[in-house]
Design a protein around this ligand. Structure first.
Ligand code: MG
Length: 258
């Protein structure tokens, strides 16, 4: 099932996506999802980021191929982290499909990071790995946009990872995916620049979510970015970056100079 949040004629709605249309549901994405009977063609809706998270977590250095490319920050290969290494991105940096990624003036090099994103559907703390699936509503596409000089030079990643528009998600949530086998591909202006599957993750999605929940309560709608593979690419004014997650769809965002 594909679940979306959208703006339709000035109101925000939740819907099941089927056959190119939004089938509106009552009670939001986390309730009984009872169809209201109202159907809106996708062309008449503006899709929004699928949830409004209380927090966004992202795992750093979680693909071998990314470490071998020198990772995000340093030259040369790096050892794999012994445990998942999450960091925080702010909810205020979240944008939806089609919204522009804005390059902040003076930020220097800004890269895309295409990722598979888990959407929390049920509140939990100290979730054991074997129960994680009960707390995940589904998966969506994400772009963990990253300003490299700020990431290297600042003590914290407050603006390197959370400047406005630096957390793109959507276009909707797919339920019922196998978290161990989700394909991911990123295209920059139509050319494939990153490709992997979650089978390649150093720390599995279940392990990452269990680890995060050992320290903080995960709430409905919270987002967990699971890591980026291979080599990331610089974004420039006028680019179109597309993150495709198998079973979900494609998240497309234009890039503009701030
Ligand atoms: Mg990332």
């Amino acid at each position: 099932m594909l679940l979306a949040r959208a703006r339709v004629r000035g109101r925000v709605v939740h819907a099941i996506v089927e056959d190119g249309a939004l089938h509106l549901i009552r009670g939001g994405l986390f309730g009984r999802r009872e169809r209201s009977g109202e159907v809106v063609p996708l062309a008449e809706a503006r899709l929004l980021a699928p949830t409004r998270p209380t927090k966004v977590l992202a795992i750093g250095l979680n693909y071998r191929s990314h470490l071998d490319s020198g990772g995000a920050q340093s030259a040369g290969a790096r050892p794999a982290p012994a445990q998942p290494e999450p960091f925080i991105k702010t909810p205020s940096s979240v944008i939806g499909p089609g919204e522009a990624i804005v390059l902040p003036p003076g930020a220097g090099r800004v890269d895309e990071e295409g990722e598979v994103v888990a959407v929390i559907g049920r509140r939990g703390r100290n979730i054991p790995e074997e129960r994680v699936d009960d707390h995940v509503l589904g998966y969506t596409c994400g772009n963990d946009v990253s300003a490299r000089p700020w990431q290297r030079g600042d003590l914290q990643w407050w603006r390197a990872k959370s400047a406005d528009t630096f957390t793109a998600v959507g276009p909707w949530i797919a339920t019922d995916l196998d978290p161990e086998a989700i394909p991911l591909a990123v295209r920059l202006n139509g050319e494939v620049i990153q490709q992997a599957t979650t089978a390649d993750l150093i720390h599995s999605i279940r392990r990452c979510i269990a680890h995060i929940s050992s320290a903080m309560t995960l709430e409905r709608g919270d987002l967990v970015f699971t890591g980026t593979p291979g080599e990331t690419h610089q974004l420039t004014d006028g680019d179109i970056v597309a993150v495709e997650v198998g079973g979900v769809g494609v998240l497309r965002n234009p890039v503009v100079e701030g």
